[in-house]
Design a protein around this ligand. Structure first.
Ligand SMILES: [Zn+2]
Length: 279
């Protein structure tokens, strides 16, 4: 039996951070690392930085130019005070309407999660708030591959009413494998996906997703007032080590470990947990 404290709801790859749901966990500095060799100031959480690196490497194989010359990072992880500064600067420079459309309030920005990044097509002039990342050429090639590596385009134009954020073709969010693919297939924004998942209660009514010879079982568990108990007994031996380690590690990288059955638990930052089991 896995016991999760209430505040675990606010951690994990699937946390929904938006106007209604502020970030409520602290991202430890030791979990952050640079995404690009030549841009050490752009940080993301380790797992997602690793996946982004893999995605770039795969793209690099398929093109004749060096990918890092074509696409550059603009902004990754931000502290709360950095977000405040960006928000205040934009208010002064661009006014309230523009700022509220494109810059999130402090604690409501995905950039504070360490799971989001703004990217730009490499040009002489790069706009910090609204970088160019067109739906063509290398940027589009990148966009077409992101779901395989657990990323989504978080603020597409057609979801503005749901996300309450203007179209941001440059902003990408890590949600993990295979969630990004499912969201893409069914055309769901993260707001919609979090609600949709709640119909699949874990373990008996989990959603089954197949990819090649792998099967993923995804289910939801509502958080209890204090401790939420999640019965993982059917996953047998592989869970024992995890139970013993208890403490910090609740997340395993499903994509890293193709040969092993694997399990991942993420809070949704709203009211419960999403369990992802891969075999
Ligand atoms: Zn962004």
């Amino acid at each position: 039996m896995r016991k999760l404290e209430k505040n675990r709801v606010f951690e994990g790859n699937l946390i929904l951070v938006n106007q209604n749901y502020p970030l409520r966990c602290t991202i430890a500095a030791k979990n952050l690392c640079p995404v690009f060799e030549n841009q050490s100031q752009i940080l993301m959480q380790q797992e997602c930085a690793g996946m982004l690196d893999k995605l770039f490497q795969e793209l690099n194989w398929s093109i004749s130019e060096e990918i890092y010359q074509l696409i550059v990072g603009v902004s990754g992880y931000r502290t709360k005070s950095e977000q405040e500064e960006i928000f205040d600067d934009s208010l002064k420079e661009n006014g309230r309407a523009f700022t509220e459309k494109y810059v999130a309030f402090p604690d409501h920005s995905e950039h504070q999660t360490g799971l989001a990044i703004d990217l730009a097509e490499n040009r002489e002039e790069i706009d910090f708030i609204r970088p160019q990342f067109p739906y063509q050429g290398i940027c589009q090639k990148f966009r077409e591959k992101i779901a395989d590596f657990g990323f989504i385009e978080r603020y597409p134009k057609e979801k503005q009413d749901i996300t309450k954020i203007g179209a941001e073709p440059w902003h990408f969010r890590y949600v993990g494998v295979p969630h990004a693919e499912i969201m893409k297939r069914y055309g769901m924004a993260l707001e919609e996906y979090i609600v949709w998942l709640k119909q699949f209660s874990f373990p008996d009514h989990s959603f089954i997703w197949r990819k090649g010879d792998r099967e993923f079982k995804i289910g939801y568990v509502e958080a209890e007032e204090t401790l939420t108990k999640i019965d993982l007994s059917e996953y047998g031996k592989q869970m024992q080590g995890m139970e013993e380690r208890a403490g910090e590690i609740i997340s395993y990288n499903l994509a890293e470990c193709k040969e092993l059955p694997n399990i991942q638990i993420s809070g949704n930052n709203v009211d419960g947990f999403v369990i992802t089991y891969a075999q």
